[in-house]
Write a protein that binds this ligand. Structure first.
Ligand code: ADP
Ligand code: MG
Length: 402
């Protein structure tokens, strides 16, 4: 993959940088600035090299329409604080206003354009439309080079990800390079024992990863909402817990394949079952094969792995040389059902090997539960992108940089 150095001397050159500044916003206020901070490294490098930087990103899903609530303006303000330097902002992505603002850029200065997805061509299914938009973007700022640094979008075929790389000298930014280096370790020469912990809400989202990892890991620990499809596949009653019945045959096939490959798939032995899906719901901890035997009967819902399972998962994580974790073990947003997720997160911080967290909600969970980013070997900024990488898929954004 080409790195920034391959672009040569950048003093006075205009560099378009595609970052992932898709931060969570509440009433115009950024609630987690992790992605802004993650984007700053490459920007500092480019500033020091004397480049004129035009930064582009999407925010949310405005579906090709201007939506004031999804303006990148608050991000420009936060980025200026992080960089300790002014960040200009223009409320357009193409056109005369952009050309004028770009022409005024001094060496080392940064200009952020408005949300790319205010323009429908950015995510168009039609390659010609995307290519035309990329051409307009590049021409509007008279770009000399393109740097792709939004790891969260490298699995997307979008104008600012794939088509820009086709028309300009292009390279991966430092964030993308760092993410790829870690994920490559996880897929090629991971130190053993290698444990993957999977949770989260939808089993169907993660089946591709399980499929690919069954040939590569020693142990798979399964928790979260997806575990109930596994428990149902083993013939247990799961009450009103999340269940994807149509995935049971696939799950059974994985259990068989794991046994044949000598891969250990570990399911929780105890579950916290709640009366309903609510923070203050009554709850009981029971054996995984007795989930419908609580006071709530068939209406009981499994909302977390139990303490015995959490301790067992933690022990296996600590004993591993490589760990990848995606998906919370329970409904961590409710304190009563956060213990399993907390135990797994803590064990990752205690693991002496490489411990990687991937997934938007998993990253949010570790921060909400009070852990620091630095406690982990690596926290991926791209949930979908990191999962697709681990599935062994080719990611269009990365292919364009080779
Ligand atoms: P990530 O974004 O890290 O990939 P997911 O999006 O797959 O993770 O899943 C996160 C969600 O899964 C969280 O909102 C969490 O509340 C939910 N979840 C975890 N365990 C359960 C459960 N037992 N029942 C319902 N939802 C669950
Ligand atoms: Mg998620």
């Amino acid at each position: 993959m080409r790195t920034i150095e391959t672009l040569g001397e950048l003093t006075g050159k205009t560099v378009l940088v595609r970052a992932d500044l898709n931060v969570p916003l509440k009433d115009g206020v950024i609630t987690d600035d992790g992605r802004v901070r993650a984007a700053s490294k490459t920007l500092q490098t480019l500033r020091e090299s004397g480049a004129k930087i035009v930064l582009i990103s999407h925010l949310g899903r405005p579906k090709g329409q201007v939506d004031e609530a999804l303006s990148l303006r608050p991000v420009a303000e936060r980025l200026a604080e992080v960089l300790g330097a002014p960040v200009d902002f223009v409320t357009a992505t193409v056109g005369a206003e952009v050309t004028e603002a770009a022409a005024k850029l001094q060496n080392g200065a940064v200009l952020l354009l408005e949300n790319l997805r205010f323009n429908a061509a950015e995510t168009s299914k039609d390659k010609a439309e995307r290519a035309a938009f990329a051409q307009q973007l590049s021409a509007a700022v008279a770009a000399d080079a393109f740097v792709l640094d939004g790891f969260g979008v490298v699995h997307r075929q979008q104008a600012s990800v794939t088509e820009l790389a086709e028309i300009l000298p292009s390279a991966a930014g430092e964030l993308v390079a760092a993410e790829v280096a870690v994920l490559e370790q996880l897929t090629t020469d991971a130190a053993r024992p290698y444990t993957v912990v999977l949770g989260g809400s939808k089993v169907s989202d993660k089946l591709g990863v399980i499929d690919h990892l069954l040939e590569r890991v020693d142990t798979l620990l399964i928790g979260g909402g997806m575990v109930f499809t596994f428990l149902a596949a083993k013939g247990y009653s799961v009450g009103a817990s999340l269940l994807e019945e149509d995935q049971i045959p696939t799950v059974l096939e994985y259990l068989e394949r794991a046994a044949a490959n000598g891969v250990e798939i570990v399911l929780p032995t105890d579950i916290v079952v709640a009366e309903k899906f609510a923070a203050d719901a009554a709850h009981e901890t029971v054996a995984a094969d007795k989930m419908t035997e609580t006071a709530f009967g068939d209406a009981g819902m499994g909302l977390d792995i139990g303490p015995a399972s959490a301790a067992m998962f933690a022990q296996k994580i600590r004993a591993s040389k490589t760990v990848f974790w995606n998906g919370p073990m329970g409904v961590f947003e409710m304190p009563a059902f956060a213990a399993g997720t907390r135990a797994v997160a803590k064990a990752l911080t205690e693991c002496a090997g490489l411990a990687v967290v991937g997934g938007g909600d998993s990253a949010a969970a570790v921060r909400l539960l009070g852990f620091a980013d630095a406690d982990f070997g690596h926290i991926s900024t791209g949930g979908g992108a990191s999962l697709e990488f681990l599935e062994g898929k080719q990611l269009p954004g990365l292919e364009g940089l080779k």
